[in-house]
Design a protein around this ligand. Structure first.
Ligand SMILES: [Fe+2]
Ligand SMILES: [Fe+2]
Length: 204
């Protein structure tokens, strides 16, 4: 078995920038650059690799501009297992396909990095600090204007799990109000944080 870690020396930022510029809408490209910048800052705050966070911010939506038909083709091509519930939420597909493209096109082998992309829409109990940073950065980058995000923007520097919990609560509420399906893993991730943070949540 080979090493599972990605050699960041092998990541060519110039290639990533030019690939994304060519394959993304201008708006998506701007979003990706902003997520990258936010992720880099949060990673620095928590003392983990700023390069990994920067790359992931850039490429997390690398599959988002594909049509549903193209995504369906890529799901087949990469043999991605999609659950019954996921078949009914096409908005999630770009995250699963994005993780495969990250491996295929950008040569990323680090499982934690691939999972950060795969679960940036649903969240997951599997993601670690890096995945949480990408999940949060995606939602709080400066062009996201919703006022309730300001609470997350403060919390993220104090306690990343509480920032996740706040975002998950906001996201779940919004799905409920819009009569949309909630991915079970989103609920599991939320519940898990509550189990883990029980002590600090009691007095809130
Ligand atoms: Fe996305
Ligand atoms: Fe995004």
């Amino acid at each position: 078995m080979g090493s599972k870690t990605t050699d960041l020396m092998s990541i060519d930022f110039n290639y990533i920038y030019s690939y994304l510029k060519k394959n993304m809408s201008e708006e998506r490209y701007k979003h990706s650059c902003q997520v990258s910048k936010v992720a880099e800052n949060i990673a620095r705050h928590y003392g983990i690799s700023t390069d990994k966070a920067k790359v992931l911010g850039l490429i997390h939506d690398c599959a988002k501009d594909y049509s549903i038909i193209e995504l369906r083709g890529l799901i087949k091509k990469y043999n991605i297992k999609i659950s019954e519930i996921e078949k009914n939420i096409p908005g999630l597909w770009h995250a699963y396909v994005g993780a495969e493209l990250a491996r295929d096109i950008f040569n990323i082998r680090d499982q934690e990095m691939l999972d950060a992309i795969r679960y940036h829409s649903t969240a997951s109990r599997k993601i670690g600090l890096l995945g949480k940073i990408i999940y949060i950065s995606d939602k709080i980058e400066p062009d996201r204007k919703t006022e309730q995000l300001n609470k997350v923007r403060k919390l993220v520097w104090q306690d990343i799990d509480l920032a996740m919990l706040e975002l998950l609560n906001q996201g779940i509420k919004s799905l409920i109000y819009r009569n949309l399906i909630i991915h079970p893993e989103t609920l599991h991730t939320r519940n898990n944080i509550i189990y883990e943070k029980k002590e600090s949540l009691v007095n809130e």
